[in-house]
Design a protein around this ligand. Structure first.
Ligand code: G3P
Ligand code: MG
Length: 270
């Protein structure tokens, strides 16, 4: 019995999702550059980050673009909706002015394909968060983004460079699973539900991503011993990060790139 258990444990540990970095730059540049833009990715790269998280949504003509909010008004000026605007128009829209910094004044909404190209060229690993603009389009959003990822990475021979898809939407992840079963997936939670294990199994997820506040040492241990990768958002404090890593969290994302920038804090293990 013990033999079976230990061989199962060994199997689990060899299968566990391997994050290429412990620290991911949240929304590209965190709070130091306009979120979900090429300028954000450039900053993450300049600060020595090897991995980024960003949000992807569909335009009216179903082109994946980087965007967090379904409505304009916060990072993009105006009153419209992303899902009611074609990609050709979205890429003309300013996504940097809101920061009030002259260097970001001309930053535009980027296409998903442009950001993938930049990250691949700079060897930056991507956690692609599928962000449906509403529940009605969740499955379609998962399907289109998974398909776009497959197309963009066709011919990639190094599995460690293939992005990790994540979403708060089970429908989106299920659609991604159908279109691209070979792409790794992570279920994203604000609060970890009692049936997390069932949900992850159903969706064939390799990892659980959650808000750090809902994670307890007991839950973390259950998730890890069940063989899943464990990632928390959004950690903007070094002490908190240490606490998370002491609970065996594999990786986290941060808005405070400066706290982990290679140049600012040499010696910190990423
Ligand atoms: O993927 C982790 C985190 O980005 C989820 O929250 O709202 O920043 O997309 P949000
Ligand atoms: Mg996100």
């Amino acid at each position: 019995m013990l033999l079976i258990y230990s061989s199962l444990k060994r199997k689990e540990s060899t299968l566990r999702y391997q994050y290429p970095s412990r620290i991911f730059a949240h929304r590209g540049g965190g709070v130091l550059a306009p979120e979900n833009t090429l300028a954000g990715m450039e900053l993450a790269y300049a600060m020595g980050f090897k991995a980024v998280e960003f949000d992807v949504m569909l335009s009216r003509d179903e082109v994946p673009v980087l965007m967090h909010d379904p409505i304009f008004g916060r990072t993009v000026a105006g009153n419209g909706q992303v899902a009611q605007t074609d990609a050709a128009q979205l890429v003309q829209m300013n996504a940097g002015m809101w920061m009030g910094k002259p260097e970001f004044e001309n930053v535009k909404v980027p296409l998903f394909s442009e950001v993938v190209e930049y990250c691949r060229n700079h060897n930056i690993f991507m956690n692609i968060e599928i962000k449906p603009s509403c529940k009605k389009v969740a499955a379609r959003t998962g399907e289109k983004i998974a398909q776009a990822t497959l197309d963009l990475f066709s011919g990639e021979t190094d599995p460690s460079k293939i992005p990790l898809l994540s979403s708060f939407s089970a429908e989106a992840l299920q659609a991604a699973q159908q279109v691209a079963p070979e792409l790794d997936r992570a279920m994203l939670y604000t609060i970890i539900p009692y049936d997390w294990r069932f949900q992850l199994q159903q969706l064939g997820c390799k990892a659980l991503h959650t808000h750090y506040k809902t994670l307890t040492p007991h839950l973390a241990s259950l998730i890890k011993t069940s063989g899943y990768g464990l990632f928390v958002y959004t950690v903007n404090d070094r002490k908190l990060a240490e606490k998370m890593f002491s609970m065996d969290v594999d990786a986290l994302c941060t808005d405070r790139l400066d706290l982990w920038a290679e140049t600012a804090t040499p010696g910190f293990v990423k």
